[in-house]
Design a protein. Structure first.
Lengths: 335, 307, 327
């Protein structure tokens, strides 16, 4: 088999906090190919952002610590390579888009300077040439009057325009992989779609791998090829996007789908997942989802489920994946 | 920007009037300058009345104040009771104090920012903790104590510098007094730099800068320091005014014939025109320094400039 | 189409917070857990109470806090009962012993007038602590009331008060002391206290104003107002408890600096005057003899610096405990 663009293997991350050691990521494995979009879905605290930061190498250490795992990028382990080597890859071959562009852009530097910086640092371009490239980038992400606005500061742009600048910055050096951490969450709904379309368009153009971290099931359905659902620092289900929507193989995924209003289920009651996610300092034994799971049985309290292969390119970390899978649509009505 | 400057200037006028009137009130209404002229002798009532009239002192206080301010605006600060124009005293005293302040500010900027950066980049490590504790100790030792201690050690015990400053007060002779004057501010600059650095280090845009693959020195210099020094620069600006006003203690210790010395003499002899004149100028310096700081803030932080 | 909220089953409304529905809440909670703060699922009690409980939990284990608190308790004790530690009379001096060094029963030696330096140093605490505590209490009370009202009501009253604070702020403090105290007759601690309150309140009032303006924005204050709470109730029950923390921190640190200020004013000769026993006066007297008898300077200067340090460290520790992210 060809080596994947990104291959994360058994990643573990801990945080030392006031209340003890929080196990934020507990053995995450996933792959992304060139041109492919992987959506990582989960509630806050499920470890999706921490995983992204560990891959990018921008985790705050301390309090964070990567305790085990490999992050292979084109076959090279990012975690063991020298910091200088890794720095050269960052921004150049793998880039990141943050959620809140207002705080993620430096408030006292012009957007032009922040864009041009990519070319100056990674390609040794002169300031003048880099500025020209910055204007081109701004035009590419369809910022009106780019030539005049290149000298403006981040706070002078609207939210949507700012996020376009973030995208431009990530795309600047045509990286192989982009990690987008909730790229549209901070935006108005009408702007969300435009920004998402732009991202998808650029991804196709440069044939990039895209990791899309989100909790928005609607965004996922439109652009993702496959989905990884995270819970309490673990991946609990992976599946091609259509298969997952049609029939989830994990009760948690089922719960997520049932708690969101959908046009094709109009008129049916919404169902919430009971309870709260576990504290990461005190993850319950067995399946971490068992206290909230409608299907939980004795074995769920004692044995941690492995990732079962449940179909072509599908895995699920549920002892009862089969009945979950077969349950299909009428499950909600019984609960 | 232009409107901002004008607005701040207009705001300054009532504050300047209020502060100087307060000083004027204390000196002329609470004290009795004419009685002071005669020292311990009881003044002849007729002579006293004549002097009061000459000096405009028989008018209501607000009229005296307006009269005084009118003269000040034409550059006339009146005449000291010794017969010397106050402006002449200022011409002698201010250059000395300005030199002293320059030494103090340079000292606190260079050493303070260096220490603050050194601590802030090593947050929580022994170097950082040591710097933090040292600054607390420095803040706690009042200037007149540290002044005497350093004067005793450097000037008397080790004989490295002359213990007192000769009247010409050249820059080289003001090194030790400058350090003494700037010491407490140095501690504040260090702490402020450190706190600001630590706060900004966890800002999202620093994370972005790292994710862009910038080398560490570029992240620190261009992104972290550029943002962190904004409050430090503004503190130092405001401190210039405070240092000139507070130089009186240092000048007394090292016998420097600057503004503080003249003021002190003026107060001892109840020489009201000297006192009011000097304090008026110092208040003005203080207010202008704060105004410059506000404008500087707007220059350094585009978010304020465009607000 | 979405149903009116009251017809959605309670279970489903829960989903907004717990499952995938709650967009905004999710994002901020994740940010918190990344900073090593509360992890989702950890129970958090009412905001103001847990702030103080957490702070107290931290403070008890902070050696800097414990040490400075012990020093302050000791200082308060000798300020009230100086004879507990030093039985002698600070004003009873023997010129024959002028500038003598340490000897049995007189561990710190004698000053130029032949007074026992140890006794004078112990008795000097009273003046410093009195000025510090009274001036801080006055400035904090005046400042937080004026600043709090300005912040709460805003508008015209706020503008006038802010300019007034600027006027007092515009006078460099030692200069102001020199001018003001040189014309005031009577040499008790009260003119000094009065002067420090006069020039000190704007600092507290700015802090209090800012804190009240910030607290006023909080949703629970808006909610209480919407439920018909009156001004007095809002200010006292909802805003004051949240605005009081920064005022306490600034006031504690200010207490230290006020003590230093009193000593500085006494040193210049416009603060306290003999026969009041004050560290500032003793340091001023000692300074003329520094070449012959440095020990005369050492003890009152050390006591003064230690006192100021204790209050500043206490304030610093409290601030760190209330605002742990700055550590």
């Amino acid at each position: 088999m060809n080596e994947a663009l990104l291959d994360v293997r058994d990643l573990h991350v801990e945080f030392r906090t006031r209340d003890g050691v929080a196990k934020a990521v507990n053995g995450v494995s996933c792959t992304v190919e060139a041109g492919e979009t992987l959506a990582v879905l989960g509630e806050s605290g499920s470890g999706k952002s921490v995983t992204a930061q560990a891959v990018m190498g921008i985790l705050d250490t301390p309090p964070g610590r990567i305790t085990a795992g490999e992050v292979l990028f084109r076959g090279q382990d990012l975690l063991t390579m020298g910091e200088e080597h890794r720095r050269r890859l960052r921004g150049d071959r793998l880039a990141m888009i943050f959620q809140d562009a207002l705080s993620a852009l430096n408030p006292v530097l012009t957007v032009g300077a922040q864009l041009a910086e990519m070319f100056e640092v990674h390609q040794g371009m002169t300031r003048r040439d880099a500025r020209t490239r910055a204007v081109q980038l701004m035009e590419r992400v369809r910022i009106p009057a780019a030539e005049e606005r290149v000298g403006d500061f981040p706070h002078q742009f609207s939210g949507g325009m700012r996020q376009r600048i973030m995208i431009a910055m990530a795309m600047a050096l045509e990286p192989d992989l982009i990690i987008a951490d909730e790229p549209t969450t901070a935006l108005d709904v009408t702007v969300q779609a435009q920004v998402m379309d732009l991202l998808a368009e650029l991804q196709r153009e440069f044939n990039m791998g895209l990791v899309l971290i989100t909790h928005d099931l609607g965004v996922v359905a439109d652009v993702a090829d496959k989905i990884a659902v995270m819970y309490a620092g673990r991946i609990v289900e992976t599946a091609p996007v259509r298969a997952l929507y049609a029939a989830p193989a994990h009760p948690y995924t089922r719960g997520l789908l049932d708690s969101v209003p959908r046009l094709d289920r109009k008129g049916r009651p919404l169902h919430a997942i009971k309870g709260l996610p576990p504290s990461l300092t005190d993850i319950p034994p067995g399946c971490p989802f068992n206290p909230r799971c409608p299907r939980a049985r004795d074995v769920c309290h004692t044995d941690r489920p492995p990732l079962y292969t449940v179909g072509p390119e599908r895995t699920s970390a549920c002892h009862f994946w089969q009945e979950t899978l077969e349950d299909r649509d009428d499950a909600g009505a019984r609960r | 920007m232009g409107r901002y400057v004008v607005r701040r200037l207009l705001q300054m006028i009532p504050v300047f009037a209020g502060s100087t009137f307060l000083i004027f009130f204390m000196v002329y209404a609470l004290g009795d300058p004419v009685a002071a002229l005669f020292g311990d002798k009881a003044p002849d009532p007729a002579v006293a009345a004549r002097i009061r009239q000459e000096l405009y002192l028989d008018q209501p206080l607000w009229k005296q104040y307006l009269h005084y301010m009118g003269q000040v605006l034409t550059g006339d600060f009146g005449t000291a009771f010794t017969g010397q124009p106050v402006l002449e005293l200022m011409a002698d005293a201010f250059p000395v104090t300005i030199r002293l302040t320059i030494v103090a500010v340079l000292f606190e900027v260079v050493v303070g920012i260096a220490l603050g950066v050194a601590g802030g980049l090593r947050r929580g490590r022994p170097a950082d903790t040591t710097v933090l504790m040292l600054t607390l100790v420095v803040v706690s030792v009042p200037t007149f104590v540290s002044g005497y201690v350093l004067q005793y050690l450097f000037g008397v015990r080790w004989g490295l510098v002359p213990p007192t400053v000769p009247p010409e007060a050249a820059f080289a002779q003001l090194l030790l007094p400058g350090v003494v004057l700037g010491l407490v501010s140095l501690a504040y600059v260090t702490r402020l730099t450190r706190t600001s650095l630590v706060e900004n280090a966890r800002a999202d845009y620093i994370r972005t800068a790292v994710a862009k693959g910038l080398p560490r020195h570029r992240v620190v210099l261009r992104h972290l320091l550029r943002n962190s020094l904004i409050p430090v620069v503004t503190f130092i600006g405001a401190d210039v005014g405070a240092l000139m006003g507070g130089a009186i203690v240092t000048e007394r210790i090292f016998n420097i014939h600057g503004v503080g010395y003249q003021l002190y003499q003026g107060i001892l002899r109840q020489n009201s025109p000297t006192v009011v004149g000097f304090v008026t100028v110092l208040v003005l310096v203080f207010l202008v320094a704060n105004l410059v700081v506000d404008l500087l803030y707007a220059v350094l932080d585009p978010r304020i400039r465009h607000a | 189409m979405p149903e009116p909220t009251d017809r959605i089953p309670p279970e489903a409304r829960d989903a907004v917070g717990s499952a995938a529905g709650g967009a905004a809440g999710l994002a901020t909670r994740e940010a918190e857990s990344l900073e090593g703060g509360p992890v989702p699922g950890t129970a958090r009690s009412a905001k103001a109470r847990s702030l103080w409980t957490d702070a107290w939990h931290d403070l008890r284990r902070n050696p800097v806090f414990v040490l400075s608190a012990l020093v302050i308790v000791f200082l308060l004790l000798i300020a009230v009962w100086p004879s507990l530690v030093a039985g002698g009379n600070p004003l009873q001096c023997d010129l024959a012993k002028s500038q003598e060094g340490p000897q049995a029963g007189h561990p710190f030696g004698f000053d130029a007038q032949g007074c026992d330096v140890f006794t004078r140093t112990v008795h000097g605490a009273r003046a410093s602590i009195t000025v510090g505590v009274c001036a801080t209490a006055g400035a904090a009370l005046l400042g937080s009331v004026l600043g709090g009202l300005a912040g709460y009501y805003g508008g015209w009253w706020d503008a006038v008060l802010s300019r007034l604070a600027d006027v007092f702020f515009g006078i460099p403090i030692i200069l102001g002391g020199l001018v003001f105290l040189s014309v005031v007759t009577g040499r008790s601690v009260w003119p000094v206290v009065g002067f420090i309150v006069l020039l000190g309140w704007p600092q507290i009032s700015r802090i209090a104003r800012g804190a009240v303006v910030a607290a006023k924005q909080h949703d629970y204050v808006q909610a209480a107002r919407a439920l018909g709470a009156g001004d007095a109730r809002l200010l006292l029950r909802h805003i004051a408890p949240n605005a009081v923390a920064p005022v306490i921190v600034v006031a504690t640190i200010a207490l230290g600096t006020y003590i230093a200020l009193e000593a500085t004013l006494s040193f210049i000769g416009v603060g306290l005057r003999p026969p009041t026993v004050s560290w500032g006066i003793d340091i001023s007297n000692a300074s003329t003899q520094i070449r012959n008898a440095p020990h005369m300077l050492l003890w009152p200067a050390g006591a003064l610096s230690l006192t100021v340090l204790a209050f500043i460290m206490l304030g610093d520790a409290v601030r760190d405990a209330l605002d742990p992210k700055l550590r």
